[in-house]
Design a protein around this ligand. Structure first.
Ligand SMILES: C[S@@+](CC[C@H](N)C(=O)[O-])C[C@H]1O[C@@H](n2cnc3c(N)ncnc32)[C@H](O)[C@@H]1O
Length: 227
């Protein structure tokens, strides 16, 4: 099995990327139940992939960026652009809700990503981050996919725990207001069942596979008010 950089991987994966595996389904369930709705807000989705989460999201204005032009063109949306999270093509203080979903573990270092996400977020705005859980990476879980010829590939990932996320975000002026571990359990058993992978469900049950964080820019946790 070859190990690919994210850039190499998503070029190959884009034509048949679905974003409907157990981890993506669990992440989406948790975002819908725990995180602020984008309804009526100015939303930026960083690392949006094919942009599937942007469709019908209800935001007043929604834009997506991704480092892979192949993923963007597979999604066919027009409100998207190719860009790296560490160099976003927007003015400062531009969006009041930013998503960065299942992407930051591709970076060896979180600092420059959080600095850039914080820069384009307006004061009082929120950043929602989801990521592959450090415990799952620690337990040996790797992100893999098959290309159109059926060859299995692994994508290079880095392990960042909650402390590393909080520290990089704090250095950028973001305060963590919520953290949640997404654990494999009955809510996503049907996804394993449909894929004929109940043996993997038995292996993964109880394991934290995804983590969610919510941050606010310009928020003082000690006085519990906006700065
Ligand atoms: C697992 S997919 C998640 C897509 C989408 N966020 C979702 O939840 O459906 C990860 C995406 O991150 C993108 N990506 C990886 N590194 C990136 C970077 N440095 N800047 C922007 N996007 C990046 C990849 O191209 C890929 O489309």
């Amino acid at each position: 099995m070859s190990v690919l950089t994210p850039r190499q991987a998503y070029r190959l994966w884009a034509p048949h990327y679905r974003g409907d595996n157990a981890l993506c389904v669990l992440e989406d369930q948790l975002v819908s139940s725990l995180m602020p709705s984008p309804r009526g807000r100015r939303l930026l989705d960083v690392g949006c992939g094919t942009g599937l989460r942007l469709r019908d999201c209800g935001a007043a204005y929604a834009f997506g960026v991704d480092a892979s032009p192949e993923m963007l063109s597979a999604g066919g949306l027009t409100n998207v652009a190719t860009a790296d999270v560490r160099a976003l093509p927007f003015p400062s203080n531009h969006f009041d809700l930013i998503w960065c979903r299942l992407m930051l573990s591709y970076l060896p270092n979180l600092k420059s990503a959080y600095a850039e996400l914080a820069r384009v977020c307006c004061d009082g705005g929120q950043l929602m981050v989801s990521d592959f859980h450090a415990a799952a990476i620690q337990a040996g879980h790797r992100q893999t996919f098959r290309d159109t010829e059926g060859t299995l590939h692994e994508i290079t990932q880095y392990r960042h725990d909650a402390i590393a996320h909080e520290a990089a975000a704090a250095a950028a002026g973001l305060t963590m207001t919520l953290a949640h571990d997404g654990v494999v359990g009955p809510a996503i058993r049907p996804v394993y069942e449909r894929a004929n992978r109940l043996n993997m469900y038995a292996r993964d049950e109880g394991l934290a596979v995804v983590v969610l964080f919510l941050f606010q820019k310009g928020y003082d946790r000690v006085s519990d008010r906006s700065l």
